[in-house]
Design a protein around this ligand. Structure first.
Ligand code: MRU
Length: 342
């Protein structure tokens, strides 16, 4: 798989347009932080770690654009850019990245141009760390994934949801590299179909045996014993072990629990939020038309009333283990989360 997002030598950013996949592989190149914000908002780039990397690169582009003569002017510009880039509320990686970039800008001594250079380096480092974290997630998962396993997933937490490799993608790819016979069941993931459009595409590109199902088929697939475990990504994991991820994850976790199928969550440190309380988590609600329209055509009454939360919350008692770059947390509790992430 190609990299989802890259900083190029001419100080522009290149990202694959995920709204066009899998039918067209088209790239967007920009030197504007506002264009990056637009890409995050419209989901040309999506997936928690990928939008974190995009926001970091957006901050570096903003620093280049600012032409600030003083550090204070540069910081003012960057604070506004951070607000522009924080376009989606649920994935913590977005504010994690803009906060980290602002901190670096504040703490760097020297001229505005020295700070700009430092921010470009930091954005590249965030992207590189993401790739390394995904590989470590995959390596840590080897204690749970056995040869010949079939893994059920939802949404896309593969290479396209990160800079490269993926979180669930890391688990699948590293196990497949090791054992050679890992298979995947991908749930379609209504309404945006990230499972059908992106997960199936990228695993097939890498020669991994992948079966597409609609979301409503999960119970039957579990009852028929077709999968050995579930591995899903996360947009935010709280200190209590609550997992916020794509809508449908909670239903999958309940169904897995009923059938005694292990339910694993794969996520990097940048997705762990040890601060926000459960009641303060904001679940993004997206446009009703995402549910009413498929491929430009209404599939229901055009003014049908719609509820369209993009994410849901899975409680820790339904999570068999959280697989992170820092290790595996079985049956997550606040104490175990604190021992690894405080
Ligand atoms: O709305 P999206 O496509 O950005 O949602 C993505 C997900 O929910 C992923 O499962 C999550 O970000 C983990 S990606 C490694």
């Amino acid at each position: 798989m190609f990299r989802t997002i890259e900083w190029l030598d001419d100080n522009t950013v290149r990202l694959v347009d995920q709204t066009k996949l899998p039918l067209k592989v088209e790239f967007i190149e920009t030197s504007s932080h506002e264009r990056i914000a637009e890409s995050i908002r419209t989901m040309e780039i999506r997936g928690a770690p990928a939008i974190g990397a995009a926001a970091a690169m957006g901050m570096a582009l903003a620093a280049l654009e600012s032409n600030a003569r003083t550090k204070d002017d540069l910081l003012d510009y960057l604070e506004k850019a951070a607000e522009t880039l924080n376009t989606r509320p649920t994935a913590v990686n977005l504010t994690w990245a803009t906060t980290r970039m602002l901190k670096v800008a504040r703490e760097t001594e020297g001229s505005p141009s020295a700070i700009v250079e430092r921010l470009i380096a930091e954005a590249k480092e965030i992207a590189e760390e993401d790739v390394q974290m995904c590989r470590r997630i995959g390596e840590n998962a080897l204690s749970l994934i056995r040869p010949g396993f079939t893994i059920q997933t939802i949404c896309n937490a593969g290479s396209l949801a990160t800079v490269h490799l993926g979180t669930v993608g890391g688990v699948v790819r590293v196990a497949h590299e090791r054992y050679g016979d890992i298979k995947v069941y991908a749930a379609e993931t209504r309404p945006r179909q990230q499972g059908a459009r992106l997960t199936v595409f990228e695993f097939m590109e890498d020669g991994i045996d992948t079966t597409l199902i609609t979301d409503g088929m999960i119970g039957t697939v579990f009852r028929e014993g077709r999968v050995d475990c579930c591995v899903v990504g996360a947009d935010r994991i709280l200190k209590t072990g609550h997992v916020i991820n794509k809508i449908g994850t909670y239903t999958m976790a309940i169904t897995a629990h009923y059938h005694g199928i292990p339910f694993y969550v794969a996520a990097p440190t940048s997705t762990v939020d040890m601060v926000t309380e459960l009641e303060d988590v904001v679940i993004e609600e997206r446009s009703p038309d995402e549910v009413r329209i498929i491929n430009g055509e209404y599939i229901t009454v055009p003014d049908a009333k719609v509820y369209n939360p993009a994410f849901d919350i899975t409680p820790p008692e339904l999570v068999t283990a959280i697989i992170t770059d820092r290790g595996v947390i079985e049956a997550p509790t606040e104490e175990k989360m604190r021992s690894i992430f405080s």
